[in-house]
Design a protein. Structure first.
Ligand SMILES: CC(C)(COP(=O)(O)OP(=O)(O)OC[C@H]1O[C@@H](n2cnc3c(N)ncnc32)[C@H](O)[C@@H]1OP(=O)(O)O)[C@@H](O)C(=O)NCCC(=O)NCCS
Length: 156
């Protein structure tokens, strides 16, 4: 059972662990300045929503964000990270599903490196369409440009 809530300063230690994790550093690196980021992400913005993903004891399991939210075009992009200790038990799939349900009516993009097969599985499980291949589309945490998949999910 997971819950989405706004981030709090008490999430900081778990966020440090999450952002220090090698897979996070490679596929979805954290901010240079965690405290500034935490302050900004703790407050919803017109074009951005970030939620803490927590368990029954309010422990931080990960974060999920809808960003580049365009309320006129009704589009957004989704990103997510799961704490290494919480991986492999459906947290990302559940968190993305809950975040999408919280903001209905959007066409949402999900982009990930082709090698990041877990994200591809999350996309499939959460109702996104098949991947479109974008060659050498993004520079990841290793400093190299990687081919990406872009998935779209429509919610009319
Ligand atoms: C990608 C990530 C969010 C997945 O989180 P998770 O909570 O472990 O994912 P889930 O448990 O919901 O699993 C989703 C699917 O991926 C599969 N999966 C999980 N980890 C995997 C791995 N390391 N390799 C291959 N498949 C994997 C699961 O089996 C599941 O597939 P299924 O539904 O067909 O059984 C997590 O590994 C992570 O935070 N990675 C670093 C940051 C990152 O890559 N963010 C996403 C950028 S787009």
């Amino acid at each position: 059972m997971i819950t989405l809530r706004l981030l709090r300063s008490t999430d900081r230690p778990a966020l440090v662990e999450l952002f220090d994790d090698p897979a996070t550093r490679l596929w979805n690196p954290g901010p240079d300045d965690l405290d500034t980021w935490l302050g900004q992400m703790s407050v919803p913005a017109p074009d951005h929503r970030t939620w803490a993903v927590t368990d029954d004891h309010d422990r931080l399991l990960g974060v999920v964000s809808l960003f580049d939210l365009d309320p006129v075009a009704r589009t957004a992009e989704i990103g997510f990270r799961v704490h290494p200790a919480a991986r492999g038990r459906g947290v990302a799939t559940a968190a993305v599903s809950v975040a999408l349900a919280a903001q209905p009516g959007l066409t949402v993009r999900l982009l990930h490196a082709v090698e990041n097969t877990a994200s591809c599985r999350v996309a499939g499980a959460c109702g996104f369409g098949p991947p479109e291949l974008l060659p050498a589309n993004w520079t990841y945490g290793d400093g190299r440009r990687h081919d990406e998949h872009r998935h779209l999910r429509y919610d009319d």
